[in-house]
Write a protein that binds this ligand. Sequence first.
Ligand SMILES: C[S@@+](CC[C@H](N)C(=O)[O-])C[C@H]1O[C@@H](n2cnc3c(N)ncnc32)[C@H](O)[C@@H]1O
Length: 309
Amino acid sequence: MFLNIDVDGDWLNRGMRFRRFTEFILNEKYAGSKKEEIMDKGKNLEDFYNIFPWDSEPESESGKAYYEFTGKMMELALPPEVLKGIKKKNLDILEVCAGAGFGGVALGEYLKKKGFRVKLLMTDLRGDALERARKFAKRKGLEVEVKVMDALQLKNLKQKFDVVLFWGLSTPHFNPHELLRLFSSFAHLLKRGGFFIMDEADRRGSIFLKTGYKFALGEERGGRFVMSFHTGYNPYTGMFRRRYVSPDGSNFVQEIYLWGIAEVSAMLSVFFKKVKLLDISAHYIIVSQNPFTGISPENIKEPVIERLK
Ligand SMILES: C[S@@+](CC[C@H](N)C(=O)[O-])C[C@H]1O[C@@H](n2cnc3c(N)ncnc32)[C@H](O)[C@@H]1O
């Protein structure tokens, strides 16, 4: 999925900064397949998020607004009447693709206010974002651990969790084969009675129908703006290859999958008996319970491609 890029001096410096953070965390908390592979994937994501307008600083104005919004979403996902049904007081939470930790910290703070004792494990491939997530969680008084790991290697986690959280519209990083594997892992990682929570958008509607997509797409968030241009498509994985260009001229290639809410909720219904979809003005929260664990991530194989002349 990830492509090599030419690095200029500035990117190289950022790369070294990233390496220091990630090496630091990996030394202690390494949980994945090959260390170098994880470092490369993480470095690629770090470069991408340096120009893509996504909040990764909890103390910034837009970061605070995103955190507040996320807190309200968590209350909708697990409202007080649902919390009343949880008999235990100690909850283990796993956040996958946590970035700077907005989702996990918001959920942790909410549950703590409601009288639960929360242990939070946040994972991502970006070590520097996780370091911010760890400090953020500490400032909120939460018991926290972070792990640099590939979400596609969740089988390396031996623990089970009361809540598995996949927050922040992270699905475009995964092709359908990978997302199925992820959903299967989430089902396997839940304790009995546990909850899986994610948010999702309908990109087919919002991008293809409302905006138009093919040649240029502008995206703005928290006062940051980026344009992206179509540069390629892989029909076997469904991944679009786009070049992202920021107003300061820096640019970066990334492969993404434009998920819609229909296929994401349909795929989840294979792994969970109950899939609830909350529509909050075209931002969706999905809460799933009662996992089916018959299909393991290893059972989900990519197709064998045969080209006929
Ligand atoms: C849209 S951001 C969401 C971040 C955060 N959850 C939030 O709400 O701000 C997607 C995150 O997924 C992470 N990511 C992408 N592919 C990943 C993978 N294969 N394994 C682990 N993390 C990944 C990125 O580094 C990024 O932090």
